[in-house]
Design a binder for this molecule. Structure first.
Ligand code: NAD
Length: 298
């Protein structure tokens, strides 16, 4: 039988709002949880705007938009927000200690049969599972950004994950119109083990003056038929998120080839995190569709 429980999404940032959107659009009741009420309000506004865009493009009806929004409630408490969940999807900041704490809290408050999933880009699912009393019901459910658009869900099992839990998450991903791929638990899994070294190398190329932002992105876009260049993609992902993932690869494999580029570290220190802060390799102004290179790289 297909999964029919309630969904709790922990973290209402870039990914959390997209994950809540998709589950709600497919008829699930969703509780979106964040420590920040401001982030929750922002997330609901973003979901509304993204649904409006889908109405304009005639992907969904106006009624469907209203119905989707009605399926989402918000909470600032994990203990309250996961009480009736059949599945928790954690999409909080990419930080190991934070995720371990969140999983302990969710494990203590969620029903015994609830599946606990993480949308982490790189952190060990085995390590996360070990802090819970239900490692057999802990799994990685890694959505891609932007969640309503991107088809892939990378599913990461830990050695204790049961076949029943994996099968449930595989079939649930299909219900959401996604294509699931099951992989084993290694640093960065598959998606980011391959993507992040490319982004890091693009930033090294910029730092070393091999080419400018526009040239690097144009070469990778037109030369490799990528939909966007690696620097633009880094801005979309969030430079802080990229740095955290690259550090997980660097520490996890102990191999200097994954060393984060100093320019990336500097940009994170400066708070230039990409789209979410309005500036990264490019600058972003509300309503503008034009790609403008940041003054720092002109
Ligand atoms: P983000 O910085 O946009 O959002 C993180 C959110 O987590 C914030 O709203 C923050 O307030 C919230 N948060 C922090 N501590 C919390 C707590 N204790 N309880 C509840 N909420 C808390 O980050 P993001 O880009 O949405 O990334 C979230 C997760 O998704 C990370 O694990 C990241 O690696 C992963 N991911 C990101 C992308 C991407 O393109 N950005 C893609 C795939 C996966």
């Amino acid at each position: 039988m297909s999964f029919q429980g309630d969904i709790s999404v922990i973290g209402a940032g870039t990914m959390g709002n997209g994950i809540a959107h998709v589950f709600a659009q497919y008829g699930f009741r969703v509780t979106l949880i964040d420590i920040s009420q401001e982030q929750l309000d922002k997330a609901i506004a973003t979901i509304g705007r993204n649904l409006d865009r889908m109405v304009t493009k005639e992907v969904i009806s106006k009624e469907k938009k209203e119905e989707t929004l009605k399926h989402i409630t918000t909470s600032t408490s994990i203990a309250e927000g996961v009480k009736t969940a059949g599945l928790v999807v954690e999409a909080a900041t990419e930080n190991t200690d934070l995720k371990l704490k969140i999983f302990q809290q969710a494990d203590a408050a969620a029903p015994a049969d609830c599946i606990l999933a993480s949308n982490t880009s790189s952190i060990s699912i085995t390590r996360i599972a070990a802090v819970t009393k239900r490692p057999q019901r802990v799994i990685g459910m890694h959505f891609m950004n932007p969640v309503p658009v991107m088809k892939l869900v990378e599913i990461i099992t830990n050695p204790a994950t049961t076949k029943e839990v994996t099968d449930t998450i595989v079939s649930l991903s299909k219900v959401l119109g996604k294509v699931p791929c099951v992989v084993n638990d290694f640093p960065g899994f598959i998606a980011n083990r391959i993507l992040m070294p490319m982004i890091n190398e693009a930033i090294y190329s910029l730092q070393e003056g091999v080419a400018g932002v526009t040239e690097i992105d144009t070469i990778m876009k037109l030369g490799m038929a990528h939909p966007m260049g690696p620097l633009q993609l880094a801005d979309l992902i969030g430079l802080d998120v990229c740095l955290s993932i690259i550090n997980v690869l660097y520490e996890g494999f102990g191999n200097p080839k994954y060393k984060p580029c100093p320019l990336l570290e500097d940009m994170v220190k400066e708070g230039k995190l990409g789209i979410k802060t309005g500036e990264g390799f490019y600058v972003y102004t509300a309503g503008s569709k034009e790609l403008v290179v940041s003054g720092k790289f002109k």
